[in-house]
Design a protein. Structure first.
Length: 239
């Protein structure tokens, strides 16, 4: 019987199982799925920063980023990848001993159109990236799926956590403050552009690699996105 020592110095038996010949190729595709999920989240941070630089006319190259910021984005992007994502990517490899292990880690809820919750989150994130590219007026943009991973690996599930409840509380708090009789009247209201700039500056003060800053960062970005998409002229209502 084979025995091994784990990272805690404990000795125990090792169970060896024969691998299917096709398993290495399947595992490569699953590895690519996790990498694609990571790249997609990193790309979102990069595009958000590019939009900020474009709005404040900050230099010629709006895609230039310092190394420390990149490192923080990498940490934040990896932290957003949950065990559900990884288990969902590796479930076709049959490396799990029982189906209960897979089902406990992977979301299998389906919507009316048959899509899983993971697939819906993936679609929403892709639509956000497309909207960001349109905002930057990028010419001849390639498909997000082709950019992230090869065409044969485009079925990867890439979930994304949302903070809708936190955003709702913030909006309700703002509404209560506006309707309060004791509230001090504002002499001058901020314009839409000023609000976007204030939210952008607030985001720049947060360290996205720190877990305690993530919730606030997501809420501020959601508010900023809502302001950008709010129609301010008559022709915008028909776009």
């Amino acid at each position: 019987m084979l025995r091994a020592i784990n990272i805690y110095g404990e000795s125990g038996p090792v169970e060896v199982e024969a691998m299917n010949k096709a398993l290495p190729d399947v595992k490569k595709r699953m590895d690519a799925g996790v990498i694609a999920a990571f790249k997609q989240r990193y790309l979102r941070y990069h595009l958000r920063n590019a939009i900020d630089c474009d709005e404040r006319r900050d230099g010629f190259n709006i895609y230039k980023v310092d190394q420390l910021t990149v490192m923080r984005w990498l940490v934040a992007a990896w932290n957003e990848i949950s065990s559900t994502t990884i288990a969902n990517c590796f479930s076709p490899t049959w490396l799990f001993s029982t189906e209960s292990v897979i089902s406990s880690a992977v979301e299998v809820k389906r919507s009316k159109d048959g899509a899983t919750e993971v697939e819906e989150e993936e679609s929403e994130l892709e639509q956000e990236l497309i909207a960001q590219l349109k905002k930057l007026r990028v010419r001849d943009t390639m498909k997000i799926s082709e950019f992230l991973d090869p065409i044969e690996e485009d079925e990867t599930a890439q979930p994304e956590l949302t903070d809708n409840e936190i955003l709702k509380e913030v909006l309700e708090a703002d509404e209560e403050e506006e309707n309060s009789e004791d509230a001090v009247p504002v002499a001058e209201k901020f314009t839409r552009t000023e609000k976007i700039n204030l939210l952008r500056d607030a985001c720049s003060l947060l360290d996205v690699s720190q877990e305690s800053h993530q919730a606030a960062y997501k809420v501020l970005r959601s508010l900023q996105l809502d302001l950008r998409n709010t129609p301010t002229t008559l022709d915008m209502w028909f776009k």
